[in-house]
Ligand binder design. Structure first.
Ligand code: KIV
Length: 279
C-alpha cells in the first residue's frame, strides 16, 4: 500500500460545474516550486504564456514557443497534485487552422499531461475550439484584451467602453461558450461588460481586470506576491512584497561575504562547529 496521500485532481467538468457557485480560484504557475506552493490553495493553475514577460524578460508574449510551454507545463505538473492544470497555447501554434491547432494542442496534452489548453480569441476561434473539443481536448477560452494581439490592437488598454466594441466582446464570449469551451478568461474589460457576459454565458467566466461578478478570478502569481515589480496594473492587488524581501536578503549576504562573516565554521566541513558554553 502506498504511504503517500492520494490527491484527487480537480477536473475540467468540476470547473465547468462551478458556474454561479463558489468562486473559482485561479493563479498562474510556471515552475514546480510555485506549483507546490499554490497547489492546496487554488482550483486551477494556468501555465500562462505571460511567462515570456515574467520569467524571460520579453516585451510581449509573442516570442514564447511551444517548447517553452511544454517544458514549463511539465515542471508545473511535477508540483501539482490537486489543482487542475491548464497550459496556454503560444502565439502561432493554433491560429493557422483547426488541424494545426489540434496537432500542437495534442502534443501539449501528451507531453505535459495537463487537463486542457487555453487559447485567445472569440468568434474567429470558435471553429478551432469546436474542432479541439470534439476531439477530446478541453479548451479554456480567453476574450476581451488579448495579449497575443497586442500589435493589431496597438497596445494594452481596457476594452468595452464603446458600444460597438462591447457588442463584439459579447459576441466573442457567446461564440467561445457555444463552441464548447469549459470556461473563459475575461481580461481587461470595463466592469459592467464582464458582469453582463457572466450573466449571459452558461460556462464560468474567470476575470482578470474584469469584475467581482465573474465566476472566478485569476492573477499572475508574481504580480500578487510583488516579484514582478516593473509595472503594477490597476487590477493587481499586492498581497506580499517578496521582491523587496529577496533584495534585502541578497544585500545582507553580500555584506557578510565581503566582511568574511559568511561562511561561519558551522557551514564548513571537517571543522568542529563552535560549542555552546555550558551555563
Ligand atoms: O498568460 C497568462 O498568464 C494569462 C492570464 C493572465 C489569464 O493569459
Amino acid at each position: 500500500m502506498s504511504v503517500h496521500k492520494q490527491w484527487k485532481k480537480v477536473t475540467v467538468p468540476e470547473i465547468r460545474g462551478r458556474k454561479g457557485g463558489e468562486p473559482i480560484v485561479c493563479l498562474t504557475s510556471y515552475t514546480s516550486l510555485t506549483a507546490v506552493l499554490l497547489d492546496e490553495h487554488v482550483d486551477l493553475m494556468l501555465v500562462g504564456d505571460s511567462l515570456g514577460m515574467v520569467l524571460y524578460g520579453m516585451e510581449s508574449t509573442l516570442g514564447v514557443t511551444l517548447e517553452m510551454m511544454i517544458a514549463h507545463g511539465q515542471a508545473v505538473m511535477r508540483g501539482a497534485r490537486k489543482a487542475c492544470v491548464i497550459v496556454d497555447m503560444p502565439f502561432g501554434s493554433y491560429q493557422e487552422s483547426p488541424e494545426a491547432a489540434f496537432r500542437n494542442a495534442s502534443r501539449v496534452m501528451k507531453e505535459v499531461g495537463c487537463a486542457g489548453v487555453k487559447l485567445e480569441g472569440g468568434v474567429e476561434m470558435a471553429e478551432t475550439i469546436r474542432f479541439l473539443v470534439d476531439r477530446g481536448i478541453p479548451v479554456f477560452g480567453h476574450v476581451g484584451l488579448l495579449p497575443q494581439s497586442v500589435n493589431t490592437a496597438g497596445g494594452f488598454r481596457s476594452l468595452g467602453r464603446e458600444d460597438k466594441e462591447a457588442a463584439q466582446i459579447v459576441e466573442d464570449a457567446k461564440a467561445v461558450a457555444a463552441a464548447g469551451a469549459f470556461a473563459m478568461v475575461i481580461e481587461g474589460t470595463v466592469e459592467p461588460l464582464a458582469r453582463e457576459i457572466t450573466e449571459i454565458v452558461a460556462v464560468p467566466t474567470i476575470g482578470i481586470g474584469a469584475s467581482p461578478a465573474c465566476d472566478g478570478q485569476i492573477l499572475v502569481t508574481e504580480d500578487l506576491v510583488g516579484l514582478f515589480s516593473g509595472f503594477k496594473p490597476r487590477f493587481v492587488k499586492r498581497y506580499a512584497e517578496l521582491g523587496q524581501g529577496i533584495e534585502e536578503a541578497v544585500q545582507a549576504y553580500a555584506k557578510d561575504v565581503r566582511a568574511r562573516r559568511f561562511p561561519g565554521l558551522e557551514h564548513c566541513f571537517g571543522t568542529k562547529a563552535p560549542q555552546k558554553k555550558a551555563g
